[in-house]
Design a protein around this ligand. Sequence first.
Ligand code: GTR
Length: 359
Amino acid sequence: MTAHDLPDLFRFDDGTRVRERGEWVRRRAEIASVLIPIEYGEVPPTAPMGGLFETKRSPAGHLNGSESREYLLTIDASPRVEFALRVLIPKGTGPFPVILNGDACWPLNDKIRREMLGRGVILARFNRENLARDSSEPGKPHGVRAAFPGNYGALAAWAWGYHRAVDLLLTIPEVNPAQIAISGHSRGGKTTLLAGATDERIALVHANQSGCGGAGCFRWQGGKSETLADILRQFPYWFAPGLKDFIGREETLPFDQHSLKALIAPRPLLTTEALDDLWANPEGTWQSHRATREVYRFLGEEEKIAIRFRHGPHDHALADWVALLDFMEVQFRGKAAGETDEENPFRDLPLAHQWSAPG
Ligand code: GTR
C-alpha cells in the first residue's frame, strides 16, 4: 500500500489488542458503533409485521416446475410501510435455502432463475426503491423515511427492507431458516453488506461489484475507480450526511470497508468482481478481502470468506450468480470447494495504479 495502511481490526479503541476469539464480539460491537453512524446513519428500528397477504399464487408448473407466490408485507408504523416480495419455490421437498435479492428494480433473466431453481434454491425478490427512492430529489418523505425519520441514507433504508423481508421469509414453511442468503449488485451490493452486517439471521452475504461504499476500500483506489468525492457528488443521499467531512482525508476515517465486511464474520461472505469494471474498484476490493480474511482466520473460519473475479463489464451476470450458487453449496451443503482463484490478480500492476492521498 502506498499511502496508508488499513485500520487495524484487532485493536480496541483503548489501544489494547484482541487476543482471544471470545473477545471478537466486543470488538465487533465497537467497530459497528463507529462505522455505521458515520457512513450510513443508523439502520431504522425493527418494526413488527402488521400484516402479510398472499396476493398471487401460480401453481407448480411455472418455470422449471416451480411455484410462484407474491406476498404483500405491511409494517406497523405511521405511515404504514408496505412492499411486495415475489417468491419462486423449486419443485421437490423443502425446506430449501433462499437467495433474497432487493434489486427487483432491475430485470433478471429466466436463465438465471432456472439456474437457481435447478439447484434447489428459492428466489425471493423485492424492489428496494419501494422502501426509499433512489433519487436526490428530496420530495415528500416516502416509505421508511416517512415512517422513521432520521439521519440515515437510502442504503440503510434498503438494508432495513432486507431485514423485514427476512421476517417474512421466516414464516414460509418451505424456507430453511438457517440458510437465508442475500445478494445484491452494485448499489444493491453496498446494501447487502450493510444488511448482513446488521442482522445475524442472514446466514450468507453476497455483494457483486459493490465498489465505493461497498466492498472497495476508500484508502486503496485502483486506477479509474470511484472515490468518496465522486460518489458523494452524485449520490449523497445513499449515506449519512457526515461522511462528506472525510472527502480528501480518507486516511482519517476510523474504519475502511474491510471493517464493514468484518462485521459479517464468521458468517459466509462472498464478493464477486469484474476485472474490467474499474469504477467498482476490484483492486481495492481485493485489499478489503485480504484484510477481512484475517478476521475469519482468527476465528478459525477462513473457508467462509471468498472472492471471485471474472472478466467483463459491470453487470450482475449469470457467472456471478453461479459463483454464489457454488459458494452456497459449499457452505450449506458441505460440497467440497473447487479450484479457487484467490491469488492477487493485481500483483503485476505498477504502483501508479494505487491510491495516494490527494494534495
Ligand atoms: C454508479 C455508482 C456506483 C454503483 C453503480 C450502480 O453510478 O457510481 O457506486 O453503485 O452506480 O449501482 O450501478
